[in-house]
Design a protein around this ligand. Structure first.
Ligand code: NAP
Length: 248
């Protein structure tokens, strides 16, 4: 046990973008952090340093969330490095956009494997630790397109709609064990994932946002921070859209 000074919050895809903001938010609330992502890079190093500077313990774990055996080993390592796991945020995600008729089957499978199966994999391995303590918080990052659909994103929308189904089912299964399970559905947030979209699409998106601005990673982190807090102890099975009013 290297940093045994309390519970840890596991944030998948925590190296950059929305996941980084969530990890920093939870660290600011005093939680130790386990950052999970698929590769070691400068962004990961910067995130870990920023979190440690907040005075909590933080460790990075390299793991492909879509690979069940890697997830099993990673969760085992996290649980032995920290006292126990109190929070799980399933945030790791990818896109492989394309119109259905042009979408390669492997692009459909890849997005489902990371976004949806990755969420299942982590819940499957982390829940036993929460069940033992009879307390825990799980927040899954969905998307407004999981609620509304989106042309060119059949694979991604399916994965994000699936996450809502997993969230509600787990909320019902885990409630008697004191574990809440909720989803946050971001709208359009400025990160590496959306930076690659053509300007025309970005402008179209903006006209669909009643609050008149793109989301910031911190907007999503604030909602996740709330759902992980004591104040949210009577909320489970919900999907909170954080989208400037896009989906209402
Ligand atoms: P991002 O900047 O591309 O970051 C994605 C994160 O996921 C990175 O840390 C990445 O790390 C990790 N990741 C990707 N594949 C992985 C894998 N197989 N195993 C482990 N980690 C993996 O994306 P983002 O915009 O912050 O999005 C974060 C989440 O919010 C995603 O679930 C996304 O679908 C959702 N979301 C985003 C928006 C938006 O507008 N940005 C809107 C709605 C929902 P590595 O590169 O090291 O793997």
């Amino acid at each position: 046990m290297i940093e045994a000074n309390g519970d840890v919050a596991v944030v998948t895809g925590g190296s950059r973008g929305i996941g980084k903001s969530i990890a920093v938010k939870l660290a600011s609330a005093g939680h130790n952090i386990a950052v999970v992502c698929s590769k070691a890079d400068e962004s990961l190093d910067g995130t870990v340093a920023e979190i440690k500077a907040l005075g909590v313990s933080c460790r990075a774990y390299i793991c492909d969330v879509s690979d069940f055996n890697q997830v099993k080993d990673t969760v085992k390592n996290i649980a032995s490095d920290f006292e126990s796991i109190g929070i799980l945020v399933n945030n790791a995600g990818i896109t492989r956009d394309g119109l259905v008729l042009r979408m390669k089957p492997e692009d459909f499978d890849a997005v489902i494997a990371v976004n949806l199966k990755g969420t299942f994999n982590f819940i499957h391995e982390v829940f036993p630790y929460m069940m033992k303590k009879r307390t825990g918080r799980i927040v899954n990052i969905s998307s407004v397109v999981g609620v509304m659909g989106n042309a060119g994103q059949a694979n991604y929308s399916a994965s994000k709609a699936g996450i809502i189904g997993v969230t509600k089912s787990c909320a019902r299964e885990f409630a008697s064990r004191g574990v809440t399970v909720n989803a946050v559905a971001p709208g359009y947030v400025e990160t590496a994932m959306t930076a690659v979209l053509p300007d025309k699409i970005k402008e179209q998106m903006l006209t669909a946002i009643p609050l008149g601005r793109y989301g910031r990673p911190e907007d999503i982190a604030n909602a996740v921070g709330f759902l992980c807090s004591e104040q949210a102890s009577y909320i489970t099975g919900q999907v909170l859209c954080v989208d400037g009013g896009m989906c209402m």
